[in-house]
Design a protein around this ligand. Structure first.
Ligand code: GLV
Ligand code: MN
Ligand code: MN
Length: 420
């Protein structure tokens, strides 16, 4: 970053606070039934947040564009560059605005609000970028609507084919193609964008910490080292739908009973492998009536482990247990991998650069997935984590103290300044 030109700093809003920006969106996507926030991609709530972000970016005179994959980019261009000229070696920060069902306020939006405030801080310091700087908002990071996490960054990088992505369905049966088209995106244009990817010099994502690392270390901000390998699988168990009153227990082929055994098997298998995590967080009976023996059950499980071979072994063990459980109930089963991300180690050089800027910040790994993990396979990538005093995430109890949020944004500003 270099000292400001007078024209750069005139007629802009003053410096916002992260807590102030978070307060502006606190009423968007609240979920009275589950608690917390439910902001699936392309829902009214997520669309409102995208509109809010675009407004915030435009108030800061950032040049906003939504790319072919629905990723929003808000550019602070190098002063003096001609409008429309190619952006190269850009510094990109950002995160996501979608949430898990009943999620917390900070997972995603903290990174976006902090990025906006970081721009304000740099401007207040009179700094301007020597390289293009962008805030990116990635759609469907959580995969809570279409099942595949980090869908926007996967499409951008080619980690998922547009053909497969566009066929993904939400719980109501709508395809991504239809939902995207209804939201002004051209499904024909979805897919890898090597030119845009090549224009990113470095990517830095700030995120609420989703565990207890910073609590234990009594520090407000950490630098990310790696993301645990993780994947999602869908298990469909098919039996015989029937009447709850007229069907004798011994005559049933009840997939719910097999599914219950599978839930227990997922945990039992995970316990056999050191450091493995396996979770059943979603189970949907078909058709789902109190007096109906289900005809099928869909059960999704998430497995995480530092070694991809161990993740594969955990899944294979679960598959065998599920086959036995289904057969014991006279049911069939089918297991489908929905997504898989290997363990990601962030760029060592960039991490060292961040450590030089933030010498007090500890270096922590994370068990949570992020768009930064997808981008890391293509561009030097780093993460900053901000302390979450509850240590709880993907839950309404997720929290960040105001002072830590501002410290995080200042740390991000320092990092962006050092890179630019
Ligand atoms: C997203 O937060 C994930 O880790 O699944
Ligand atoms: Mn999340
Ligand atoms: Mn997140």
């Amino acid at each position: 970053m270099s000292p400001s030109l007078a024209a750069e700093s005139s007629s802009r809003p003053g410096q916002a606070s992260v807590s102030g920006l978070m307060a502006e969106i606190a009423g968007t996507g609240t979920d009275p039934a589950r608690g917390g926030y439910t902001r699936p991609v392309f829902s009214t709530a997520e669309r409102d947040l995208r509109t809010w972000f675009i407004d915030q970016a435009q108030r800061r005179a950032l040049a906003v564009e939504t790319d072919a994959n629905g990723i929003i980019w808000a550019w602070w261009d190098v002063p003096g560059t001609a409008p429309g000229s190619a952006r190269e070696n850009a510094i990109v920060t950002g995160s996501h605005l979608d949430s898990v069902p009943g999620g917390g306020a900070f997972d995603g939006p903290l990174g976006i609000a902090s990025a906006l405030v970081a721009v304000d801080i740099l401007r207040a310091r009179g700094q301007v970028p020597r390289r293009p700087l962008a805030i990116a908002v990635f759609p469907e990071e959580e995969g809570s609507r279409f099942g595949v996490a980090c869908l926007g960054s996967r499409l951008l990088t080619g980690a998922i084919s547009p053909e497969r992505a566009l066929r993904l369905r939400d719980p109501d049966g709508n395809t991504l193609a239809d939902v995207a088209a209804a939201n002004g995106q051209d499904p024909e244009r979805f897919g890898p964008d090597p030119g845009r990817l090549a224009s990113i010099g470095q990517f830095v994502e700030l995120h609420v910490e989703q565990g207890r690392g910073l609590i234990d270390l009594a520090r407000p901000v950490a630098i990310g080292s790696s993301i645990l390998g993780h994947g999602r699988w869908r298990l469909r168990i098919t039996g015989q739908g029937n009447h709850a009153g007229t069907t004798l227990i011994q005559d049933r082929r009840d997939p719910m009973v097999a599914a219950a055994a599978c839930v227990l098997a997922v945990r039992a298998v995970a316990l056999r492998f050191r450091n493995a995590r396996a979770t059943v967080g979603r189970l949907v009976p078909v058709p789902g009536g109190t007096n109906v023996i289900a005809s099928a059950v869909d059960l999704w499980f998430d497995v995480r482990h530092p070694e991809d071979a161990v993740t594969a072994a955990v899944v294979e063990n679960i598959r065998q247990e599920a086959r036995l459980a289904a057969a014991g109930e006279g049911c069939d089963m089918e297991l489908t991998e929905e997504s898989l991300s290997p363990t990601t180690h962030f760029d060592a050089g960039l991490r060292t650069a961040l450590q030089d800027v933030l010498p007090e910040a500890p270096v922590l790994d994370t068990g949570a997935g992020h768009d930064a993990g997808v981008l890391a396979a293509h561009v030097p990538t780093a993460m900053l984590f901000v302390r979450n005093p509850t240590g709880v995430s993907h839950s309404p109890e997720e929290h960040v103290e105001d002072a830590d949020a501002e410290t995080g944004a200042a740390a991000l500003a320092d990092v962006l300044a050092s890179l630019g």
